[in-house]
Design a protein around this ligand. Structure first.
Ligand code: SF4
Length: 665
């Protein structure tokens, strides 16, 4: 028997319930009501619910209604800023209005989203040193003006400083360089004020990174910034796994080491002019250069990811690491004797100690005798080589225990939700990753009429994806569709190389045939700018790699064709994926079935999900990977896709696309 509370929740979604008063043409959605009542039950029983809800289910209201009716303190965490802003500025106010309720709502973003007054002040004193160009000097002064007028100090509110301006890292803080209570601006600091508001909120919207920081107490500045909550909702939960992998990793980044030395130069001469701070900086910078060039030479490449266990010549990096260690020790000694001189010097002293720990650890890794002092569980040491930097990472192969114990310590219900958490209704892969074996799992299909609204065309006769001419053939096959559709297409590629080949070929076809086509390509402009142009400019095609597979919502006529080049299996040379696969194999499990296929399915569902975003959308999805038809695992993947009409016939697909262009009745 449903409780009174569960019935009360269901009533909100009734045909003539409160939601109908604020929503045009409101129609109750059974899946939304079931989701909401499941959250209500989880709240009553203190359970964890893992819920997959297809696009259009209305999951935000489904979890918000029970939480608000119960008058509980709720923490909502999202993966990205877009959903955070949408919840805070649109969904939550609309729901509160519908329910006739008031509630203290707060939005807390990561610290890099707020101007740091202390660093801004420092940058203004040294603008010729901090700002790298005349443009950045202009940006710096605009930020100064804004900071003087703004109440929240949120950088997203500044419209005349581009998001990618190089000045931002100089005027925002990190956990490493924030002076905390020792800062002169502590009492009027934008970050601290946002955190104070967060403490008082009844409903707080944060991101997964802050959520993980809170549960791991990793960032000392924010150990107590989140109060107790009665319900935790993790929306966009499919991204929790990647975010957690990065979050729980420890990284030595040579760019940060150089920055540490540069910060010491800018502070050091103020406390002791006798020390050759510039000389120390140069020694550190040279040691970093030496480490980078030695690694490039050994690997014979400037772009690679590699597990240390697979690096045969690792002993050759011991000497460059010793050189770097000596250089940073020299800096550390110089800073240490002046650590009481100012809060900045105290902080620099702490940063030197942390850097030394990491450098020592990595010297020992390459010496073959490292033991991590601060991390537990099976760990993977690996590194990413870039032309001007190297990232040395230590990553736990599983963080399931950390999340599990955090949930047990909190002892409150959690709801984890997303449109893609399961592979054909099987949540095992996700549950194993997040360590919530006792969670109840439920899923609801999208309420859209996929069979009528969409068609999936599988190109049976293209070469196999491993063929050298595969991407060229993909471009040839999809061009007639793109031309017929006047663009309005997303081409989602699994690699940057495929993206380059396909976009070049499409540009060539457009030029030689004299067709006006606006081919927008990832990395040629910022993501926001590409999406803005895609929405507003006619005949647009957006060719992108992974960053466009999810979190992009384009409704209506602007997008009616989505192309996916290959099944997005995890890259086999990704060291973390390889490390996790080996762990599973060691337990006698099949890593292809347990990791590769579920991950490919979830990402493919995300990519396919870009096509139909509301009940009026129509469009064609083209999948160019014939392994869907020829391989045994293909059926499993095929079944997991939205229930579109399906065809292998070019003309049928083309006719469907033409039909999508007809005016809608
Ligand atoms: S407390 Fe930290 S974030 Fe705030 S102004 Fe000071 S240094 Fe910046």
């Amino acid at each position: 028997m449903p409780s009174e509370f569960v019935k009360e929740v269901a009533d909100v979604f009734a045909k003539d319930g409160p939601l109908s008063k604020v929503t045009a043409n409101y129609t109750p959605r059974p899946s939304q009501i079931e989701f909401a009542t499941s959250v209500a039950e989880a709240l009553e029983k203190g359970k964890t619910l893992v819920a997959e809800a297809g696009t259009g289910t209305g999951k935000t209201f489904a979890y918000l209604v029970p939480a608000l009716l119960k008058d509980q303190k709720v923490l909502i965490s999202t993966a990205g800023k877009t959903l955070q802003d949408q919840l805070f500025t649109k969904d939550i106010p609309a729901l509160l209005k519908a329910l006739g309720m008031g509630c203290r709502v707060a939005l807390l973003k990561g610290r890099s989203n707020y101007i740091c007054k202390q660093r801004l002040e420092h940058a203004l004193q040294e603008d010729s040193y901090v700002a790298k160009s005349r443009e950045e000097v202009v940006h710096l002064h605009r930020i100064k003006k804004f900071a003087g007028q703004s109440v929240t100090g949120e950088r997203g509110d500044i419209t005349d400083v581009p998001e990618n301006s190089g000045i931002w890292p100089e005027v925002t803080s990190t956990g490493e360089n924030c002076l905390g209570p020792n800062c002169d601006h502590y009492n009027d600091c934008f970050v601290m004020q946002a955190r104070e508001k967060a403490k008082e909120a009844q409903l707080l919207v944060i991101n997964h990174h802050l959520f993980l920081a809170d549960i791991s107490l990793k960032d000392n500045q924010i150990t107590d910034f989140l109060p107790e909550f009665d319900l935790v909702v993790l929306d966009e939960a499919h991204q929790l796994t990647n975010i957690a992998t990065n979050f729980f990793s420890q990284t030595l980044n040579l760019y940060d080491v150089r920055n540490l030395a540069a910060d010491a130069v800018s502070q050091g001469y103020g406390v002791n002019k006798q020390i050759d701070w510039n000389g120390i900086y140069k020694t550190i910078s040279n040691a970093c250069d030496d480490l980078i060039s030695t690694t490039h030479n050994i690997l014979n490449t400037k772009d690679k990811q590699l597990a240390v266990a697979k690096f045969k010549d690792k002993h050759l990096l011991v000497e460059p690491f010793k050189k770097l260690l000596n250089a940073v020790e020299k800096l550390s000694n110089a800073v240490h004797v002046h650590k009481e001189a100012s809060p900045e010097m105290t902080k620099l002293d702490e940063r030197c100690t942390e850097a030394l720990d990491l450098i020592e650890y990595w010297r020992d890794v390459f010496n073959g005798k490292a033991v991590s002092r601060s991390m537990k569980g099976p760990l993977l040491d690996w590194f990413t080589v870039k032309p001007k930097n190297i990232f040395f990472n230590t990553t736990p192969l599983s963080y399931a225990e950390m999340l599990k114990s955090a949930r047990e310590v909190q002892g409150k219900p959690w709801v984890l939700t997303s449109a893609t958490l399961a592979a054909n209704g099987d949540f095992k892969h996700f549950i194993d990753q997040v360590g919530l074996e006792d969670a109840e799992t439920k899923s609801w299909e999208s309420p859209f009429d996929f069979k009528a609204q969409g068609m999936l065309y599988i190109t049976e006769d293209l070469p196999t994806p491993s063929a050298s001419n595969f991407s060229d053939e993909v471009a040839k096959r999809i061009w007639p569709f793109i031309k017929k559709n006047k663009g309005r297409a997303f081409v989602l590629c699994t690699t940057l190389r495929a993206m380059e080949v396909i976009s070049e070929a499409l540009r060539y076809f457009a030029e030689t045939e004299g067709v006006s086509m606006n081919i927008l390509v990832q990395n040629e402009q910022s993501k926001q700018e590409l999406l803005r142009r895609f929405r507003s400019e006619e005949n647009s095609v957006l060719v992108g790699s992974m960053s466009f597979w999810e979190g992009v919502d384009i409704k209506g006529d602007a997008l009616s064709l989505v192309v996916i080049d290959k099944i997005p299996f995890p890259p086999p040379d990704d060291p973390v994926f390889e490390g996790r696969s080996k762990e599973l194999e060691a337990e006698g499990k099949n890593s292809f079935n347990e990791i590769s296929i579920p991950e490919a399915i979830m990402l493919l569902k995300q990519g396919a999900g870009r096509l139909i975003r509301d009940e009026k959308d129509e469009g064609l999805l083209i999948l160019c990977d014939n392994r869907l038809l020829s391989k045994g695992y293909g059926t499993k993947i095929w079944k997991s896709l939205p229930d579109f009409a399906r065809t292998k016939v070019f003309d049928t697909a083309m006719n469907f696309l033409e039909r999508c262009q007809e005016p809608r009745g």
